[in-house]
Ligand binder design. Sequence first.
Ligand code: NAP
Ligand code: ZN
Length: 351
Amino acid sequence: MSIPNHAQEAQDRYFMMLAIQQAKQGLYTTRPNPAVGCVIVRAESVVGQGFHPKAGQPHAEVFALQDAGASAVGGTAYVTLEPCSHTGRTPPCALGLIDAGIKRVVIAGLDPNPQVAGRGVKLLEDAGIEVTVGILTDQAEALNRGFLKAMRTQMPYVRLKIATSLDGRTAMASGESKWITSAQAREDVQKLRALSGAIITGSETIIADDPQLNVRSTQLCVSADQVPTPKVVVLDRRQRLQYDPKSNYQLCRQSEVLYWREDDLVKLLKRLVSDHQCYDVLVEAGAGVAGSFLKQQLVDELIVYQAPCLLGIKARPMVEFSPLSLAQQLRLDICAHEKIGPDLKLTLQPL
Ligand SMILES: NC(=O)c1ccc[n+]([C@@H]2O[C@H](COP(=O)([O-])OP(=O)(O)OC[C@H]3O[C@@H](n4cnc5c(N)ncnc54)[C@H](OP(=O)(O)O)[C@@H]3O)[C@@H](O)[C@H]2O)c1
Ligand SMILES: [Zn+2]
């Protein structure tokens, strides 16, 4: 592995950015596989590019090498994740790069699985290829939060989404909550769902709202039927809900819904990774469930859609959480803010 000089690094960053743009095309469709992009460069020009579109289909490197054809010989490959070294449904990409005559490989980040990290690099280096690792690593990792966290910790990346009023209210005391935020904000939530392997909700939300919790947007970069359907999980310790083809609740008419009857949310999250390969989990529920996830420090990212309206003190709070002193407060860091239609979208991380 070599450390790049500054001019080389600027060029590497540029081409890696193009590889990340390629990877983004698979963002909603590759689950449970990571979104990966590859760009082949020869004499400072892009001669081939590709991305991994779907589990079971060829990896990004295969498409990029096909695109480049004979121009790949002597070229540099930019890949957003370490090329694979094992024979799965497709032959190892590291060997594909070697066979195509690639001279140098630039990788944003190593394979996160500690048992396999570095093996792709070793195969390439053993074949005499120069390998550079660590270009735009943060941007590339941002594409695959769930996959990377699950490979490293066997826990999924958890996003908690809450729609609130300006005074932090999430529903009227009666349970009425359709709709606090705008159609544009709800359209944006479709992207969060499309990223998620599983969506967790609470029994009270089903009873109050009868939600669909599906991906139905027409405004994603791919059509909604290309997006693998997120697994819906209903938290229901008192067993008030179950599968019933004649149920009044639309989710209860679907046999694939998982009902979680236990109190242990860590066990559920681990189970979603090990049994269902759900690496990105979205919590869309009321204040009760939201409070439980936050209090147990299970939230990686909180996404708040805040509408400029006031619902008053009798309306439901944002999270059921009652610290007794300021010292017990839960503090978060604002990572991003954006106006979506008339509403504000805040992305936060618990400190
Ligand atoms: N603004 C928004 O973003 C938004 C989103 C969704 C819903 N809502 C509104 O929120 C209201 C419902 O809120 P809610 O707080 O009553 O319901 P909720 O959080 O959706 O569900 C609460 C139920 O989940 C079950 N549960 C299972 N495990 C739990 C755990 N570890 N922690 C907490 N609950 C657990 C509990 O029933 P068991 O004891 O039987 O397990 C509990 O009664 C509705 O009016 C809905 O319209 C708003
Ligand atoms: Zn591969």
